[in-house]
Design a protein around this ligand. Sequence first.
Ligand code: NOJ
Length: 548
Amino acid sequence: MSTTPWWRDAVIYQVYPRSWADGDGDGVGDLPGITSRLEHLVSLGIDALWLSPFYTSPQNDAGYDVADYRDVDPLFGTLEDFDALVERAHALGLRVVVDVVPNHSSSEHPWFQAALAAGPGSPERARYVFREGRGTDGELPPNNWTSNFGGPAWSRLADGSWYLHLFDVTQPDFDWTNPEVRAELESVLRFWLDRGVDGFRIDVAHGLVKAEGLPDADLTLDPHRDPTGLLPMWDQPGVHEIYRDWRRLTDTYADDRMLCGEAWVGPPEALARYVRPDELHQTFNFSFLLTPWDAAALRASITTSLASAADVGAPQTWVLSNHDVVRHATRLGRADASRTVVTEGIGPDDEQPDAELGLRRARAATALMLALPGSAYLYQGEELGLPDATELPEDVLQDPTWERSGHARRGRDGCRVPVPWAPAGSSLGFGPKGDPWLPQPEAYARLSPASQDGVEGSTLELYRSLLRARRARSLGLGRLRWVEHQDPDVLWFVVSTDAGDTTVVTAVGASPVTLPADPAVVVSSEPLTGSTVPAGVTVWLDGAVAPI
Ligand code: NOJ
């Protein structure tokens, strides 16, 4: 029996519960809907699913504002529905990872309600970050921090005190210097571990600890790219102590329970500190996600990512899309892919993507990613080639970013549109009836699994082939060796495993790449023309193949 823990090379599929499958026809996805669709994941060939929050919540940030960490919001079902989902998933051989949101709660959480009622200086307030304001009457916020969604990170109560919220006003930050907070969140972990979950995705994992004294921040720094430790709210050294505690906790459970941190930490060596042997098992590799479609940049990102993880003895992870960013099938089809890749969103007045080019590159990018050593994350619908909804009317937008930025940033609704399961019907098979909570773009009708199942060359069949071959060749456990090619726009590498060698070639630029005659193609993101890899295509070849 293999002693390799499952997460080292796992492919983990993110289900965004409100948008994957609607069991009861209210237009919002739910847990019974998810359970009813798990066979789709089996036929896809993934190892685990990660569920974004389904906990009790006023849904001001789509569930990342948790009011009860130990219950299911009625919108999504019940705890029994959750148990049924886990049971079915496990019976099908799928692991289940859930989200934990430890940086902040909802303002409707009983702790915050108690803090409001108890007043300044109370132990109830000490669970959150309450401070006096600056200025003659405390009328100015305690420091210059801004919310990730726009506007100040502080709100003032009628009694004059201010509370910190790095996100929405309804998401007050916990004070992690308070042992009560630490104990509570550990108890939440145990609650779900005891219910059988296989791991956690940790929301805002780099934000829990703030610099002492809460000093002003240099707001010219970009927390997605610049060294975040320089910013007093991100990547502070004390955060690692929390994850050591959490690791000790998960290690007391059998079956390799896993912790994956969502840490938007710039320098790779800083990110790697989160996956030292006694801390988390994984972090998301957002620098890979942010890398433009450029051969030199991709090669540098892959090389640095592998080296920094290896330095601490951890496997690397890879991701191209999630519920916070413009889908890769859309952003890779735009000339300007830089500004929009994170949370800005694309609207009808912005540059529209070239859908065909975007999908072609997205398929090549995924084929590249799934050959890389380590673990990979997929976002629901990317296996169907779904684009972002880039023409959503303003009156349907729900991301708090839209309001808090004074309508300057559209936010993330475009990647959160309900998934189509059928080519027709009011919500394209998302639910049994009713309109979906966000309108689906016209293009979704031809992209449902029903339209792609068994269709040669479809994106769904491509993903299935890639995942099958990745598993058969144990690519996630491989070693990568770059091979030089005369064309700088070509990526060429060999992945070696106990199962043999696989050569991966991506024609990133505008020119095709000629392979040696009669190439032994394992899988290709588009058909080859003879022995030529067309521009914008990735191919996997059997064996260690040298360029001609
Ligand atoms: C990261 C989550 O992915 C995002 O959706 C959420 O808005 C913020 N954290 C705040 O919880």
